[in-house]
Design a protein around this ligand. Structure first.
Ligand SMILES: NC(=O)c1ccc[n+]([C@@H]2O[C@H](COP(=O)([O-])OP(=O)(O)OC[C@H]3O[C@@H](n4cnc5c(N)ncnc54)[C@H](OP(=O)(O)O)[C@@H]3O)[C@@H](O)[C@H]2O)c1
Length: 277
């Protein structure tokens, strides 16, 4: 699997597995643990989660699924903005580590901008990094003005900005992805399939998929991976789709495909803020 490099020098794979909506129902716990284990067997190494998902339930599913096989995995988790105080971040991190039953989170993100002073948040994140409890830190759903509010020394150390990004939602390209690229900060695309909405039914995407004997989801993911320093974290509860999504890393779109997609799904032509899911 191809990888992108974070400003710290650490690297992460370009395709991972999202876990939103996991851990919400205790009766599904065993099934969800099996799903994650099978996904790891297929070659998934990056798992994206958050304290919000199932109010800790998704992290517990991950904790059980990765028991005895933590090595080689890249764990991403996120904390609530209301936990972004110096003390709040430390405590939230301890809870996430406990639920995932591991010693370190590879990339720990502020889930969306809130009202806590960012100087406090980043002081706590640096402290957690020095203690080895997290390897990298970053943000999610940050527009340019939010990024500029981050203490300057921390701006260029961000491990990623995780944003709503797919062919049908290219808002990040207006100003955020350029800002990140200048600093070597990866963009992590969430809802990369636009939650299996109209994007996957698009005749334009279907045409390119047919040309490459691929699926619409694979075209949508391959297009994202064509963007510099971009990682995609599709979520599926079906193993055959997780395999299909992983295989998208092997699909090479050509210049003609990219031009057709650009015409059907143009980048923003005026100032626009990031979408959010
Ligand atoms: N930072 C944030 O604020 C934020 C917000 C939203 C999401 N996220 C993260 O990003 C992850 C992914 O985003 P998402 O779950 O919103 O949306 P997504 O990955 O774009 O789409 C998920 C939907 O697509 C379907 N699907 C998956 N693979 C498919 C395929 N190959 N063909 C057809 N349908 C397919 C899934 O159904 P099945 O499960 O039935 O296959 C599910 O309904 C989340 O799980 C979460 O980890 C972060």
């Amino acid at each position: 699997m191809q990888e992108v490099t974070l400003p710290s020098g650490n690297s992460m794979p370009v395709i991972g597995l999202g876990t939103w909506r996991l851990g919400e129902y205790p009766e599904r716990f065993g099934h969800e643990v099996d799903l994650i284990r099978s996904a790891l067997d297929l070659g998934i190494t990056l798992l994206d989660t958050a304290e919000m998902y199932g109010e800790g339930g998704a992290e517990e599913v991950i904790g059980e699924a990765i028991r005895g096989r933590r090595d080689g995995l890249f764990l991403v988790s996120k904390f609530y903005p209301h936990n972004a105080s110096r003390k709040g971040v430390r405590e939230a991190c301890e809870r996430s580590l406990r639920r995932m039953d591991c010693d370190t989170i590879d990339l720990y993100l502020l889930h969306w901008p809130g009202s806590m002073p960012l100087a406090q948040t980043f002081e706590a994140l640096r402290e957690l990094q020095e203690q080895g409890k997290i390897r990298d830190f970053g943000v999610s759903n940050f527009n340019l003005s939010d990024l500029q509010d981050i203490p300057e020394t921390d701006q260029s150390r961000l491990g990623c900005n995780q944003v709503y990004y797919n062919l049908a939602h290219r808002e990040v390209e207006w100003e955020v992805s350029g800002w990140c690229r200048e600093r070597g900060i990866p963009v992590m695309a969430y809802s990369p399939l636009d939650q299996a909405g109209a994007l996957l039914g698009s005749p334009v995407v279907a045409g390119i998929a047919e040309k490459h004997s691929a699926t619409a989801a694979q075209v949508a993911l391959a297009w994202l991976l064509h963007q510099p320093d971009t990682v995609a974290i599709p979520k599926s509860a079906r193993l055959e789709r997780i395999r299909e999504n992983l295989d998208a890393a092997n699909l090479e779109l050509d210049a003609a495909d990219l031009a057709v997609l650009d015409e059907a799904f143009p980048p923003p032509k005026q100032a626009v803020r990031l979408g959010m899911r």
